[in-house]
Design a protein around this ligand. Structure first.
Ligand SMILES: Nc1ncnc2c1ncn2[C@@H]1O[C@H](COP(=O)(O)OP(=O)(O)OP(=O)(O)O)[C@@H](O)[C@H]1O
Ligand SMILES: [Mg+2]
Length: 774
C-alpha cells in the first residue's frame, strides 16, 4: 500500500475502527462544501477516531495530504500556531512570526488539517483557523472539540454514541453484532482476553452492558479490558458505580482516557464555577429535564435565574448536557457517566437535600397541574408529559417517601398521578399508592383520597375484592370528612366492582347515587364520565342494549363537550361490547378501532388490551380465526404488566376461554398454537397495528420489499458469503439463513445469488444505514 502524504497514524498503530459508515460518508460529503467541520461531543465519544477515519478515507481529495495536529497536551494557547507548524513538519524560520510561516506554507496547498482537542484552547484555535481559512483556499479543516469554535463558516457535527439496543432488557431482536457498541465491545474483549467470543450465553448480558454504557466508546473499551478480572454479569452488577467498575488503567491510552473519571474530569476542569455547581445539581434528574425543571432545581442561593440559564447553556455548549429539540420543546439530558460524576459531587454536600426537595416540589406541582387540567382539551399533552416524566416522578416520590419528614407531598403526588397509574402503570402505581396509604396514620381527607385511588388501581389490576374493601373504607372516611367528590368517586368505583361481582342491584344503586352526587356538584370530569360509561355497561349486562347504547353515546357527547377523550374511549369500549352482544360486527369493529387509536395516542396500555380482547371475540365470531388467534396471542402479552385480564370479570374470562376453545377447534391445535405464538412475538405497537389492520410499514427503505433481516442477509449474499457463513455471522442456524435466502429470491422474483448481489449493488439494499442510536 502506498503511504499517503501526511502524518496520520498508520493502521498498524491503531485498533480497528467500528461502525459509523454513514457518518464518515456524510462528513466527507460535507467537506466538499464546508471548509471547517467541527466534530462535537463529550469526552470519549469517538471524535478523534472519527476524524482520523474521515481523513484516511478522504486522502485522495487532498494532493498535499492529511495532517493531524494533536493539541490535548498543549497548555499554552500562545503555542497553538507552533503546534500546527510542528505537526506539518515545516522547518523553523525564526525570522517570521509563526502565523506568517503557517500561512505561507499552506496558502497554495490542497490539504486537510485535523486539529484534535480544541476545547481548552478555543480562542487560540479559532483565531488561527480563521486566518488559515482566509488565506489558504485549498485547505479544509476538521476540528474535534467538546465545544464549538464559533468561527465563521463552521459546520458543527455532533458525534452520537455508537448504536446499542434501545431497551435495557437484553439482546434486542436479531443479531447483537448489528449494534456498533456490541461490535466494539466484542472486538476489544477478544483482544484483551484470549479465546473470548460472543455466544448464546453472553450476548444478552453484553448487549445490556453496552446499553447501560449508552454506547460510549471509551466506556465500552474500558469495560472490555476489565473482562480480564471480572465477568460481564459481575460488571453489570457493579455498574451502579461505573467509575469504580471501570477503573482499569489502560496503558498506552492518553492519560485522560486511562480511566473514565479522568475523561470526565477534563470537562469539569473547563467549566466555570457556576457551571460546575449546575452540573452537580442537574445530576438529580434521572430522566432528562426541560429548562423549567432545570431552573427550579439549580436556581437558588448561589445562582440567580439568569446565572442558572447561562450555566445550562454553558454546559450544553461544552457537551456536558445534551440537548434535543422535540415537538414539546427542548429537552436536556446527561449521559449517565456524566450524571454519576455530578452525583458524586452532590452527595454529602449541604445542597444535597435541598436539591432533592426542589426536584420533588417541581414534579409535585407538575403532577398537580396535569391532574387538575386532565379532563379537558389538553389531555393528550398531559398524558404524554406523564409518560415522558415518569422516571422523574418516580425519583420525586422516592425522595418524598424516604427523605421528607412530612410525606404528604409524596402522597398528594401519588394521588395526582392516578391517570398514569391506571393507564398501564398499575403495578408501579400500586406500590406507591400503598406506600401513600401506609404513610398517613391520621384519618385525614388526603388519606381518604389516597384510598379511592388505591381502590381504583386494584380494580384495573383485576382484583375487585381487594378493591372493594378499600373503597368501602374510603366511603366511610369521605363521609366523616364531608368530602363529596371523594365520596362520589369511591361509590362509582365500588359500583363497578359490584357489576364485576354480578351484584347488579348494588351496582345500580351506587352508580346512580354517584351520578346524582356529581350532578349536584356540577363537576363533570374523566372520572365521572367513566362512571357514566360504566352505567351503560351495567345496562348491557342487564340485557338492555338499547339503553346501554344511549348512555354510551351520552358519555361521548359530554366528553366532547369538555374536550376530553379518555373517558370517551371507555364509552367506545362499551359500544364495542354492545356490537359484540348483538353480533353487529360493524358497530363493534368501528367502535373498538376508534377506541384503540385514541388510546394509543394517550398511551393507555390498560385500555388497549381491553379493547383488543373484545375485537378478538368479534373476529372469532365472524370466522376470521387465524387473525383472532394471532391477536389473542399478542394480547396475552399486553396483559402481563397489568394483572388479571378484563378487570377479573368472570363472564368475560369465561368468554375468553370459550373463544380459545372455538379457535382451537376451527384451526386445529397446531395452527392455533402457531398463530398464538406468532402473535406473542409482536411488540405492543405491532399488536396495535395488527389489531387495526394496518400492516406495519416495514421499517426499511420504502422501495424495498425485504424485511430488515432479509436486507442484512441480502447484503451478506452480495459480499459472497455462503449460507453457512451468513448463519455464523448473524448467529442464526444455517437452516434459517437458507430460508431467508429463499424468501429473498421469491420476493424479488430471482433465481440466483448473483441477481441478489446485483440488486444490492444497485443500492436497493434496505437498511444500509447503521442502526439508529438513541
Ligand atoms: N468508531 C470507533 N471504532 C473503534 N474504536 C473507537 C471508535 N470510536 C471511539 N473509539 C475508541 O474509543 C476511545 C475514545 O475515542 P476518542 O479518543 O476518539 O474519543 P474523543 O471523543 O476524541 O475523546 P476526547 O474528547 O477525550 O478527546 C478511543 O480509545 C477510541 O479508539
Ligand atoms: Mg479526542
Amino acid at each position: 500500500m502506498t503511504r499517503h502524504l501526511g502524518n496520520l497514524p498508520g493502521s498498524e498503530t491503531v485498533t480497528s475502527f467500528v461502525g459509523r459508515r454513514a457518518m464518515v460518508g456524510e462528513i466527507r460529503a460535507l467537506l466538499g462544501s464546508a471548509r471547517l467541520v467541527t466534530l462535537l461531543g463529550p469526552g470519549g465519544m469517538g471524535k478523534t477516531r472519527l476524524a482520523i477515519r474521515v481523513g484516511e478515507t478522504a486522502h485522495r481529495a487532498f494532493a498535499d495530504g492529511v495532517w493531524l495536529v494533536e493539541l490535548a497536551e498543549l497548555r499554552d494557547p500562545a503555542l497553538t500556531d507552533h503546534a500546527i507548524i510542528d505537526a506539518l513538519g515545516v522547518p523553523d524560520r525564526s525570522a517570521e512570526s509563526s502565523e506568517e510561516v503557517l500561512i505561507e506554507h499552506l496558502q497554495d496547498k490542497s490539504l486537510l488539517l485535523v486539529i484534535d482537542n480544541c476545547e481548552h484552547l478555543l480562542d487560540a484555535c479559532g483565531n488561527v483557523i480563521a486566518a488559515v481559512l482566509r488565506a489558504a483556499p485549498g485547505v479544509r479543516i476538521i476540528a474535534t472539540s467538546r465545544e464549538a469554535l464559533h468561527v465563521p463558516g463552521e459546520h458543527v457535527v455532533p458525534v452520537p454514541p455508537l448504536s446499542f439496543t434501545s431497551s435495557d432488557e437484553g439482546g434486542g431482536d436479531g443479531n447483537p453484532l448489528r449494534y456498533e457498541a456490541v461490535e466494539l465491545f466484542v472486538q476489544r474483549a477478544a483482544a484483551a482476553v484470549r479465546g473470548f467470543t460472543l455466544d448464546a450465553e453472553n450476548h444478552e448480558a453484553i448487549a445490556r452492558l453496552c446499553a447501560r454504557l449508552e454506547g460510549m466508546p471509551l466506556a465500552i473499551e474500558l469495560a472490555a479490558v476489565r473482562l480480564q478480572s471480572m465477568g460481564v454479569n459481575e460488571m453489570l452488577d457493579r455498574l451502579e458505580d461505573r467509575f469504580q467498575a471501570l477503573s482499569t488503567v489502560v496503558r498506552g491510552a492518553p492519560a485522560r482516557h486511562q480511566t473514565l473519571r479522568a475523561a470526565v474530569e477534563w470537562s469539569y476542569a473547563l467549566c466555570s464555577p457556576a457551571e460546575q455547581t449546575a452540573w452537580a445539581r442537574l445530576s438529580v434528574f434521572p430522566g432528562g429535564f426541560d429548562l423549567d425543571a432545570a431552573l427550579a432545581v439549580i436556581g437558588h442561593d448561589s445562582l440567580t435565574a439568569q446565572e442558572s440559564t447561562d450555566a445550562v447553556t454553558g454546559l450544553v455548549s461544552k457537551s456536558v448536557v445534551l440537548r434535543q429539540v422535540r415537538s414539546a420543546g427542548a429537552r436536556y439530558h446527561m449521559l449517565e457517566t456524566i450524571r454519576q460524576f455530578g452525583q458524586e459531587l452532590l452527595r454529602g454536600s449541604d445542597a444535597e437535600l435541598d436539591v432533592g426537595r426542589r426536584h420533588m416540589h417541581h414534579f409535585a406541582d407538575l403532577a398537580a397541574r396535569a391532574c387538575h387540567d386532565w379532563s379537558g382539551p389538553r389531555q393528550r399533552e398531559w398524558s404524554s408529559m406523564l409518560r415522558r416524566e415518569q422516571v422523574n416522578f418516580r425519583e420525586a416520590l422516592r425522595f418524598g417517601f424516604d427523605n421528607d419528614a412530612d410525606p404528604s407531598v409524596a402522597v398528594r403526588t401519588t394521588v395526582d398521578l392516578r391517570h398514569l397509574w391506571v393507564m398501564g402503570a398499575g403495578r408501579e402505581g400500586r406500590e406507591w399508592i400503598d406506600k401513600a396509604v401506609a404513610a398517613l396514620h391520621a384519618d385525614t381527607p388526603l388519606r381518604a383520597e389516597a384510598l379511592w385511588v388505591a381502590g381504583w388501581v386494584r380494580q384495573v389490576q383485576g382484583e375487585p375484592t381487594g378493591s372493594s374493601a378499600i373503597l368501602t373504607e374510603c366511603i366511610d372516611a369521605a363521609r366523616r370528612h364531608g368530602d363529596q367528590v371523594t365520596l362520589a368517586r369511591a361509590e362509582l368505583f365500588l359500583g363497578v366492582n359490584k357489576l364485576i361481582g354480578d351484584e347488579l342491584d348494588e351496582a345500580e344503586m351506587l352508580l346512580s347515587g354517584s351520578r346524582a352526587m356529581y350532578r349536584s356538584l356540577g363537576a363533570e370530569d374523566s372520572e365521572s364520565l367513566i362512571g357514566l360509561a360504566a352505567h351503560g355497561w351495567l345496562r348491557l349486562i342487564e340485557g338492555d342494549s338499547r339503553e346501554a347504547e344511549e348512555i354510551a353515546e351520552e358519555c361521548r357527547r359530554l366528553s366532547r363537550d369538555i374536550g376530553e377523550c379518555w373517558a370517551a374511549t371507555w364509552a367506545l369500549w362499551v359500544l364495542g361490547l354492545i356490537g359484540w352482544t348483538r353480533s353487529d360486527d360493524i358497530l363493534a369493529t368501528a367502535a373498538l378501532r376508534e377506541a384503540i387509536e385514541i388510546k394509543r395516542e394517550l398511551g393507555d396500555w390498560l385500555g388497549i388490551p381491553c379493547c383488543v380482547e373484545v375485537l378478538v371475540w368479534v373476529l372469532a365470531e365472524s370466522g376470521q380465526h387465524r387473525r383472532a388467534a394471532r391477536l389473542m396471542g399478542a394480547n396475552r402479552e399486553l396483559w402481563v404488566p397489568i394483572g388479571q385480564p378484563m378487570f377479573g370479570f368472570v363472564t368475560y374470562l369465561q368468554a375468553h376461554e370459550n373463544y380459545t376453545a372455538t379457535l382451537r377447534e376451527a384451526l386445529g391445535d397446531a395452527q392455533f398454537e402457531a398463530e398464538h405464538t406468532a402473535g406473542s412475538h409482536l411488540s405492543p405497537d405491532a399488536t396495535v397495528d395488527y389489531a387495526l389492520g394496518t400492516p406495519r410499514q416495514t421499517r426499511t427503505a420504502a422501495s424495498s420489499p425485504l424485511t430488515r433481516r432479509e436486507g442484512q442477509v441480502a447484503r451478506l449474499v452480495a459480499e459472497g458469503l455462503t449460507n453457512r457463513e451468513i448463519a455464523e455471522h448473524l448467529v442464526i442456524s444455517p437452516r434459517t439463513a437458507e430460508a431467508h435466502v429463499e424468501n429473498i429470491l421469491t420476493k424479488l422474483g430471482y433465481t440466483s445469488r448473483a441477481q441478489i448481489a446485483a440488486y444490492v449493488r444497485a443500492d436497493h439494499s434496505p437498511d444500509s444505514r447503521p442502526a439508529q442510536s438513541r
